[in-house]
Ligand binder design. Structure first.
Ligand code: LHQ
Length: 318
């Protein structure tokens, strides 16, 4: 796959090898593609590409992201996935302008919904704007839940290079990746409470596990910006690096993951997640069951043999 550089994309993303603007697999028709897809060796790179709106998720982008993850999952040549954003942001969360969720407005007497904006009676007899509410949970059911589950069940390790602000669902999508590396100027904002919503895209599950209840509440209730450096100190993310080093460190880490025993890495992710809900004895038995299975696999036999032979192992299971 092409690795030609696209403007604003930190990795070798090629619009020609990317998805288009519809909720569909790869297409190059129409306007600028909202998701760029490229490969560097066994690393598949997905770049959110709506820099003018800080890469806020539209339904088109959400659909394409899921298709791109499906595609990477099914491609035996892919051994790691790296996600990042074009421009100065990683992702500002759900695009609040997307027609899928943006309330339509009706005149005051056309709805019993609450009015928005000023509560003062407008001068000149103009009717107040009243939103016609929509079921925004529908968007979660149809887009965010499948996306978050797809990400968490990837058969290869996933890494997010957070190149700028990550807000709302954008933050939680990033945190759903196996490893998160952020540039020093990046930040994480649980923006939901600012607009009257609860955390989504896995935020309730992820944040409590990653940083504990007190810090999860601090982040989600106040909706304040958490700088990347503090996010690392809190254990929310793996690493914080200089902005100018982000692309190279993230790619080197993704290449490192791609060269490792994929099946063991993925089963490690699953075991760590499952262990949160297990007692010690059940966790010990789960570990034994997984080792039993992996002990028959090529990668363990190769890894152990390579160690004893004092040579570099060549892993190939997926
Ligand atoms: C945006 C957005 C945006 C559209 C910046 N949408 N345009 C799930 C299901 C259902 C419903 C709702 O939500 C969800 C999940 C969620 O993700 S909810 C949370 C949604 N996200 C937010 O509330 C964050 C909104 N954005 C911000 O607070 C700021 O933009 C941040 C703090 C991210 C960045 O601030 P600045 O660096 O000062 O940039 P800016 O605010 O000037 O934004 C630059 C442009 O991007 C601007 O457009 P303009 O045409 O004026 O240049 C913004 O309107 C646009 N933009 N976020 N989510």
């Amino acid at each position: 796959m092409s690795t030609a550089h696209a403007p604003g994309a930190p990795f070798g993303a090629s619009p020609g090898a990317s998805t288009g603007t519809g909720d569909a697999p790869a297409s190059t028709h129409g306007a600028d593609p909202v998701l760029l897809v490229s490969s560097e060796g066994a690393v598949r790179v997905l770049t959110l590409n709506r820099p003018q709106a800080l890469n806020a998720f539209t339904t088109a982008m959400l659909g394409q992201l899921r298709h791109a993850l499906d595609d990477a999952a099914q491609d035996p040549t892919v051994r790691a996935v790296l996600v990042t954003g074009a421009g100065r942001a990683f992702c500002a969360g759900q695009d609040l302008n997307d027609p899928y969720i943006k309330p339509e407005f009706a005149d005051a007497d056309a709805s019993d919904a609450p009015s928005v904006g000023s509560t003062a009676t407008p001068a000149g007899g103009q009717p107040q704007r009243r939103p016609k509410p929509k079921d925004i949970g529908h968007l979660l059911d149809h887009y965010y839940i499948p996306l978050a589950l797809r990400l968490r069940s990837m058969p290869v390790p996933t890494l997010c290079a957070v190149n700028g602000v990550a807000a709302g669902a954008g933050a939680n999508f990033a945190l759903g990746c196996d490893l998160v590396i952020a540039g020093r100027s990046a930040s994480f904002i649980q923006a939901f409470s600012r607009i009257g919503l609860v955390p989504d895209c896995g935020g309730t599950w992820l944040l409590t596990r990653l940083v504990g209840r007190a810090r999860a509440l601090q982040l989600t209730l106040l909706g304040e910006k958490l700088p990347a450096e503090q996010a690392q100190q809190w254990g929310l993310i793996a690493r914080c690096v200089a902005d100018e080093e982000l692309a190279s460190v993230a790619m080197a880490t993704a290449q490192q993951l791609a060269g490792m025993p994929t099946k063991a890495l993925v089963q490690t992710r699953e075991a760590l997640d499952d262990a949160m809900d297990l007692g010690l004895e059940d966790a010990l038995r789960m570990e034994a069951r997984l080792q039993s299975q992996l002990g028959y696999a090529h990668d363990y036999l190769e890894g152990a043999a390579a160690f004893l032979d004092k040579r570099t192992p060549h892993f190939k299971d997926r």
